[in-house]
Write a protein that binds this ligand. Structure first.
Ligand SMILES: NC(=O)CCC(=O)C(=O)O
Length: 283
């Protein structure tokens, strides 16, 4: 399997974003990739909520879904569009990851479960849940390339999701992202390597990077990590492609060396809080 990550700097114009992503997807296919993943918010990175709501369409009517489906079929490869802002059934939008099969059909869809509601040390305040409805289901796509766990960005901070997916058979995770710069500098590599190591799985995190036209800045550093935690490929902050050849047997090898996935023990989650006796020595 040759995996490629597309790093983007999506803006507020959907057609332009789709064209930029498509050009890089074609380039990656030209380099022999048969699995390609793009970042969170591939179709639009628009912080203005009313405008975003006005632009978003349901999956069946979204022009970018049709364009990426046709592209997967034309190139004959597995294409994970890391996420798209789409209209859901309710008032709020959904942050959805789609996996297209080589015939262009949607093989799996995953709605981001954990929404990024944080106040950053920089003073920036982000409230994803004001615009988006969180998903409720973990999704595992069983493909001829291997079983793939679909996740999105902030999900990476919830290790139980990855453990459940790995125990259900996932050997590779997609983590399309639009990480903030301060949290990226502090946590990006550590979190992604930890998810790979503790589950004995490949981690593929395609990222948004650089200064976007909305003024927002994202961390970039699209990353491919092996099941042993090695960084196999990494981008900088510019749009582009990173590629690595993956042998999924390495996941079996890592799990055979450290079978932590099989070493769960029943835990009584009642937390014991014994009284502590403080002994002070007299002067
Ligand atoms: N789009 C996101 O979920 C951002 C997550 C992020 O930056 C983090 O630190 O977590």
């Amino acid at each position: 399997m040759r995996a490629a990550l597309i790093q983007l700097r999506s803006g507020t114009d959907m057609a332009r974003n789709v064209a930029a992503a498509s050009a890089l997807i074609r380039e990656a296919a030209g380099q022999g990739a048969n699995f390609i993943s793009t970042p969170e918010m591939t179709n639009i990175l628009e912080p203005d909520r009313p405008r975003l709501r006005a632009l978003a369409r349901p999956e069946a009517e979204d022009a970018s879904v049709a364009a990426f489906s046709a592209l997967a079929a034309e190139l004959g490869l597995w294409l994970n569009i890391g996420s798209l802002a789409l209209k859901g059934d309710g008032e709020k939008l959904i942050n959805r990851s789609l996996l297209f099969a080589p015939d262009g059909l949607i093989a799996a869809r995953y709605d981001k479960i954990h929404l990024f509601d944080v106040d950053l040390p920089t003073g920036e305040s982000l409230r994803e849940s004001h615009a988006y409805e969180g998903g409720a289901h973990a999704v595992l796509a069983d493909t001829p390339l291997g079983a793939i766990g679909l996740t999105i960005c902030y999900d990476m901070r919830f290790p139980h999701l990855y453990r459940a997916l790995a125990q259900a058979g996932a050997k590779l995770f997609t983590v399309p992202s639009a990480f903030t710069v301060p949290t990226g500098q502090a946590h990006w590599h550590v979190l992604l390597r930890a998810r790979a190591i503790e589950t004995g799985s490949f981690v593929l995190a395609a990222a948004q990077g650089g200064k976007h036209e909305s003024g927002r800045e994202t961390y970039g550093h699209s990353l491919i990590v092996s099941p042993w935690g090695e960084v196999l490929a990494e981008a900088g902050t510019e749009p582009g492609i990173v590629i690595a050849d993956l042998d999924l047997a390495q996941a079996d090898l890592a799990r055979a060396r450290i079978p932590a996935l099989r070493h769960d023990r029943p835990i009584d989650l009642t937390v014991l809080k014994p009284d502590c006796v403080i002994v002070t020595s007299s002067p």
